[in-house]
Design a binder for this molecule. Structure first.
Ligand code: UD1
Length: 416
């Protein structure tokens, strides 16, 4: 297994380009299963999760070809509407085949994802929503079997604006009979792009980007092409690293997706200069402590919470970081403590007392964003930090150590 080795406390400078968004490309890849034909997706990041999704689509029967950052998905031969446990347990986003396969075949067998590094992460909204569209659901051997002769439009109100449930049900409803209205829907840019892609394929979705998404069912969709939006979480990760370690420019970003994080970086005393599709961050002499509360888009993303905790570990004072989206997403805290951070967790809040410096140590990553947080802390710590279980970072960050190396970091990968 690989580990990332960092010789820390070296200043960063220069510029880095953001890749296509992981959380956008995964549902888009599954949406390509709905029509019969060849869809092309451009700017696909080279990630473990995109490779896992390719494998899943192939198991389902699609022909997938990957050429650099372009994927072509030929869904003509799709014949096996099933997502096996082996894949779903390694990548929850596999559950995104539920809606598209229902839309295409009216039946699907998908393994329940089970627990993950930060809590149970249920899928009840996806399932209740599908039942509202008329599907009959059965649980057998850990798999959900869903069936319907013809899905029928209905009104679905989410208890929480779930990203995955909004995406899955939007995809299921595109070929349902009549109109589906999703109330309290997710507004995340990745869901916006998914709905835009569905419309490109002939779906009739309105209210995209609002909390009420209206889907008028059509008979079928046709294949289409799309370029994936920039990864706002990757952009935020580099900006937070810059806030600690030096003036850096992050290129090819979607500025409007970064409002929450840029606002917080300014509060922390960073100088922020925005260009056309770029942001330059300059760290302050003294980093101010800034509280955050994660929230659904356009709030501060839970996917940047761990990185923000790493930043605040070195602030001049105390801060409170509350996660309202995932209440127990704090597996990075004991590892950050190994580097000398002073953090206490109570319920869904991390209380961070800034320290003057961190010192390198071996640490272990437990999920994608926790890994990013440990890399940022390791880059700021004196001496050597080794981050093991690096496959987590490979799930969600394209060539992360190369990108940090270009910025001047001493970071490399070793096989354990
Ligand atoms: C997606 C993102 C993930 C991000 C999260 C929140 C992808 C592939 N992953 O995950 O990176 O951290 O959004 O922005 O896009 N919930 C239920 N029942 C459900 C579904 C969700 O109770 O059926 C709860 C969850 O436990 C959580 C909240 O709703 O507390 C939000 O989850 P959700 O938005 O669904 O996250 P994901 O789509 O799994």
């Amino acid at each position: 297994m690989d580990k990332i080795v960092i010789e820390g406390n070296k200043p960063l400078s220069g510029s880095v380009e953001v890749s296509g968004a992981k959380n956008a490309v995964l549902p888009i890849m599954t949406a390509a299963l709905i029509p019969v034909g060849k869809s092309k997706i451009y700017r696909v990041p080279e990630l473990k999760d995109t490779r896992t999704m390719i494998r899943l689509l192939e198991i389902i029967g699609a022909k997938v070809s990957l050429n650099e950052n372009t994927i072509e998905i030929d869904s003509t031969t799709v014949n096996n509407p099933e997502a096996p446990y082996d894949l779903v347990k390694t990548m929850r986003a596999s559950f995104y085949v539920l809606g598209p396969l229902m839309a295409r075949f009216g039946r699907v067998k998908v393994s329940l994802p089970g627990g993950c590094a930060w809590g149970p992460r249920p899928v009840d909204f996806h399932l209740k929503g599908l039942e509202k569209l008329g599907a009959k659901l059965t649980l057998k051997d850990g798999y959900i079997l869903a069936e319907a002769d013809q899905l029928k439009g209905n009104e679905i109100r989410f208890e929480f604006p779930s990203v995955g449930a909004t995406g899955n049900l939007a995809m299921a409803a595109v070929t349902a009979k009549g109109t589906t209205i999703l109330h309290n829907a997710a507004r995340e840019p990745e869901i916006v792009q998914l709905c835009e892609f569905l419309n490109k394929m002939g779906a009739r979705i309105s209210g995209i980007g609002t909390t009420t998404i209206i889907i008028d069912g059509v008979n079928d969709l046709h294949a289409a092409d799309i370029e994936v939006i920039s990864d706002r979480i990757e952009a935020g990760t580099f900006l937070i690293a810059g806030a600690l370690l030096g003036k850096i420019t992050v290129n090819r970003v979607e500025l409007k997706h970064l409002d929450a994080v840029l606002g917080k970086l300014k509060e922390a005393g960073c100088k922020i200069i925005v260009g056309n599709a770029s942001v330059t961050v300059t760290p302050p002499d003294k980093l101010k402590p800034v509280d955050i509360t994660t929230a659904v888009y356009p709030g501060f993303p839970t996917d940047l919470q761990a990185q923000w905790v790493a930043l605040m570990s070195l602030a001049a004072g105390s801060s409170m970081i509350t996660d309202t989206v995932y209440h127990d997403r704090f597996s990075h805290i004991p590892e950050l403590s190994r580097l000398g951070a002073n953090i206490r967790v109570d319920k869904n809040t991390a209380f961070v007392r800034g320290v003057d410096s961190l010192a390198g140590a071996p640490v272990m990553s437990t999920d994608i964003r926790a890994s990013a947080s440990l890399i940022i802390a390791g880059l700021a710590a004196s001496g050597k930090t080794q981050v093991s279980r690096v496959y987590h970072i490979d799930r969600g960050y394209e060539h992360i150590e190369e990108k940090f190396r270009v910025l001047g970091a001493q970071i490399s990968r070793e096989t354990e």
